[in-house]
Design a protein around this ligand. Structure first.
Ligand SMILES: Nc1ncnc2c1ncn2[C@@H]1O[C@H](COP(=O)(O)OP(=O)(O)O)[C@@H](O)[C@H]1O
Ligand SMILES: [Mg+2]
Length: 159
């Protein structure tokens, strides 16, 4: 099996607005089959970024939730978006039971907060976005693309 191509980008986000705008841009680029894993502490801005992505994918604002209690929220925009939060899951068996795995690689794009809780949820090729606090309203965003399509997506998102 050939090695998976890896591309990395780091950006500093100085305000919630900047994070939102970056999300909007990603939302305009996502295609069916894309998988974005979001990692970072509570309050790092994962959900905030996803709201931007949803706007960029033309999901009606009223549809966008903060998926604290549900595992997966389906949104209908330019393409279907599935927004999941794995915070409360204890492992892969839990996730499997939700039917989540059927969404991966299907019609629509998948955005998963707390991917590090269940790393096995990630497909072989995906975009990983790690957000961390960088003082006040500043955040550091590290994006790592694993595979050809995620790398192309990342190059278009953060040139
Ligand atoms: N640069 C920034 N990017 C994103 N969110 C920020 C930023 N600065 C402050 N915030 C605030 O931090 C919080 C992030 O919350 P949220 O997106 O729910 O985090 P998470 O989903 O990672 O737990 C929001 O209240 C947001 O307004
Ligand atoms: Mg969140």
């Amino acid at each position: 099996m050939s090695a998976v191509e890896v591309v990395t980008r780091t950006v500093q986000l100085e305000s919630p607005d900047e994070t939102h705008r970056l999300g909007v841009r990603l939302g305009g680029l996502l295609e069916s089959g894309d998988f974005v894993g979001l990692v970072g502490d509570l309050g790092a801005g994962k959900t905030h970024l996803v709201r931007g992505v949803a706007e960029g994918a033309r999901v009606p604002r009223s549809e966008v939730a903060s998926p604290t209690f549900a595992i997966v929220y389906p949104y209908s925009g330019r393409i279907p978006l599935y927004h999941a939060d794995l915070y409360r899951l204890t492992g892969y068996d839990d996730l499997y039971a939700t039917g989540f795995m059927d969404l991966v690689g299907g019609e629509g794009a998948v955005l998963v907060e707390w991917l590090d809780r269940v790393p096995e949820a990630a497909p072989r090729e995906y975009l990983r976005v790690t957000l961390s606090h960088a003082g006040g309203e500043a955040r550091r965003l590290v994006a790592e693309a694993f595979g050809a399509r995620p790398s192309a997506l990342l190059a278009a998102w953060l040139p």
